[in-house]
Write a protein that binds this ligand. Structure first.
Ligand SMILES: Nc1ncnc2c1ncn2[C@@H]1O[C@H](COP(=O)(O)OP(=O)(O)OP(=O)(O)O)[C@@H](O)[C@H]1O
Ligand SMILES: [Mg+2]
Length: 234
């Protein structure tokens, strides 16, 4: 369980997070939704200690994350997949995956790689290809696969659907559901694409200008026309 309490963060005069509180339950997909500039990326980066909070607290699995450096988080079971699908393009698919296993402190095994290849068959086919040759969808699979190499209990995902064809988005979201159902993974999913995110999420937290304006089961948000029109763009 991830618990965010009264979190404030910003950039100079900009208040990007203004007292954000919510919890992301174990074994569920919690979507963080909201328009451009709502504070979604800042929230993920603050949770994973890549950005310094001004006040408030973040607790994960009994740990107060504000006391820990970012590089300690994978060992606690928290893996962050940042916006933008960054991979090391000079390395092969498999070399990129191996890097993901290092955060946990032990050498990645063949079994670890096979687990990811089972989840993402296109990566198995391209394992010796340079990462630069992958399509956008395959690259998204690679960054998620790389995060899974650290055997996280919670995955933080920033806009995985951005720029991908709807069919590919559906494929990636289906896979998230499978991981949640079969392995009890917890997911904090940041998305501007609220309609797709709510179709995969158990719960949704809506941000507007750095504040939580709704925190409800996904089907309640999806059925709330006023809120959808005001904040979710569909
Ligand atoms: N490096 C930065 N320097 C200054 N202001 C920033 C910086 N990064 C974000 N901001 C501002 O902080 C606020 C929240 O931005 P953030 O990127 O967290 O939003 P977001 O919800 O992820 O948006 P998007 O949907 O466009 O990714 C915005 O007002 C943004 O302009
Ligand atoms: Mg963002």
């Amino acid at each position: 369980m991830l618990e965010v309490q009264s979190l404030c963060a910003g950039y100079g005069p900009v208040r990007a997070l203004d007292g954000v509180s919510f919890a992301a339950a174990e074994g569920q997909v919690t979507a963080v939704l909201g328009a451009n500039g709502a504070g979604k990326t800042t929230l993920l980066r603050t949770v994973s200690r890549l950005h310094q909070a001004r006040s408030g607290s973040v607790r994960f699995a009994g740990h107060d994350l504000s006391r820990l450096p970012a590089e300690r988080l994978p060992a606690l079971g928290l893996s962050h997949v940042p916006e933008g699908r960054g991979v090391i393009t000079e390395l092969t698919v498999e070399e990129n995956l191996r890097l993901g296993g290092l955060g946990r402190g032990s050498r990645p095994t063949a079994a670890d790689l096979d687990r990811v290849y089972d989840l993402f068959p296109p990566l198995a086919e391209r394992r010796d290809a340079a990462a630069t040759t992958l399509s956008g969808g395959e690259r998204q699979m690679l960054v998620v696969g790389r995060a899974l190499m650290a055997k996280p209990t919670m995955l933080l995902l920033d806009e995985p659907s951005l720029g991908l064809a709807p069919r590919v988005v559906a494929q990636i979201f289906d896979l998230l559901r499978t991981l949640v159902r079969e392995q009890g993974l917890s997911v904090l999913l940041v998305e501007q694409n609220a309609r797709s995110a709510l179709s995969v999420a158990d719960r949704g937290v809506v941000l507007n200008l750095g504040r939580v304006v709704a925190d409800e089961p996904a089907e309640v948000l999806a059925g709330d026309t006023t809120l959808r029109h005001a904040y979710l763009g569909f």
